[in-house]
Design a protein around this ligand. Structure first.
Ligand SMILES: Cc1cc2nc3c(=O)[nH]c(=O)nc-3n(C[C@H](O)[C@H](O)[C@H](O)COP(=O)(O)OP(=O)(O)OC[C@H]3O[C@@H](n4cnc5c(N)ncnc54)[C@H](O)[C@@H]3O)c2cc1C
Length: 315
């Protein structure tokens, strides 16, 4: 039975001949060898959160959703070995059980580890590099079914190319990731006049572990978001805040993407990708009752060209 696949932004819709969900490294190798013998091509999908045609295929689509989890923890060397299909949120929980964490993440944590690494996903923070820099070593299955173990020291050229490879170097099956002891972060948000913010921008970037701000055209107000390490005890996040953060953030942006294709269809590059992220953020950071009629209808009326004047600065 053929199944139609779409990505999160609904910018892609395609029907592969076959979808495979291997459960082991060996099965992945077998699938690649088989496809190679049949002269059929393979694309690999993580969580389908990228916007461009990276996952699209009319032939074989492989998902590693059934190949997730931690394979090894080496606290002494600060590394863990992770199955490439593991979702970032699940990985965070697995690491936390061992008192460990990734050093930095992007805005969301629903991506697969390999998907996030393969596209150069990054978070904010002047001191941090892309997530791909957290890779210590990886296992790659090439298009011929050859298994290559690589790292800075071992097959270093392949390693460099595979770190951000858009799925073009083969299938990454395992990743040895550099991790650090678990830590707590405190988020503070504030509304600041645009001119004041721009005057102090460098200070904000230096002062905060992670800093970003959102500005909407035709207003003088920005929303700043500062994140820093803390030793304070954890606070209970109320239902209202959860609604604000999780439901509104995802639901509204998701709805915009779904019911207004012109909103997401032009998202064919990272610039749009990030700007859309900022629009979404702005929506959910507004008071729920204000969300939105004006802002959303303005976006819907004027489309992405207008919306993309939104200025989004991430450091
Ligand atoms: C709402 C939203 C918020 C976002 N926030 C940020 C952000 O804050 N920062 C940022 O930088 N980006 C952000 N992104 C972009 C997102 O992180 C990337 O698009 C990421 O690639 C999505 O991961 P995925 O698992 O969905 O990968 P997919 O979209 O499924 O795949 C991405 C690429 O990885 C390849 N791939 C997947 N698995 C493997 C594997 N095992 N081996 C080899 N190749 C593989 C695929 O073939 C494809 O080329 C955001 C996207 C959305 C929709």
């Amino acid at each position: 039975m053929s199944v139609t696949v779409s990505n999160w932004g609904e910018t892609l819709r395609f029907t592969p001949e076959e979808i495979q969900k291997p459960t082991s490294h060996e099965e992945i190798v077998r699938l690649v060898e088989q496809a190679n013998q049949q002269h059929r091509s393979i694309r690999i999908i993580g969580s389908g959160h990228s916007w461009t045609q990276l996952i699209e295929t009319s032939q074989i689509l492989i998902s590693l959703d059934d190949y997730q989890g931690l394979e090894a923890v080496d606290k002494e060397n600060g590394t863990v070995t992770v199955r490439a299909g593991t979702k970032l949120r699940a990985l965070g929980e697995l690491l936390f059980e061992h008192g460990l964490a990734m050093e930095n993440l992007g805005d969301i944590d629903v991506q697969s580890l390999a998907g996030a690494l393969s596209t150069g996903t990054h978070g904010t923070g002047a001191e941090f590099k892309t997530l791909a820099n957290q890779i210590d070593a990886l296992t790659l299955v090439t298009g011929q079914g050859k298994v290559i173990e690589c790292s800075e020291q071992n097959n270093s050229e392949v390693f460099k190319a595979a770190q951000i490879s858009l799925g073009a170097m083969g299938i990454i099956t395992r990743i040895r990731l550099k991790v650090i002891p678990a830590y707590k972060l405190k988020l503070q948000t504030d509304k600041v006049e645009l001119d004041t913010l721009l005057g102090n921008l460098d200070d904000h970037i230096k002062k905060h572990r992670n800093f970003e701000f959102y500005w909407f055209p035709y207003t003088k107000i920005t929303q700043i978001k500062c994140v820093n390490k803390t030793d304070e005890p954890l606070k209970n996040v109320g239902l209202a805040k959860k609604m604000n953060d999780v439901v509104l953030e995802n639901a509204i942006f998701g709805l915009l993407s779904r019911f207004c294709p012109s909103f997401s269809a032009p998202c064919k590059n990272r610039e749009y990708d990030l700007r859309l992220g900022s629009i979404k953020r702005h929506l959910y950071q507004s008071q729920p009752q204000n969300i939105c009629h004006q802002t959303v209808s303005e976006i819907l009326r004027n489309g992405i060209q207008h919306s993309c004047r939104t200025f989004h600065h991430r450091h």
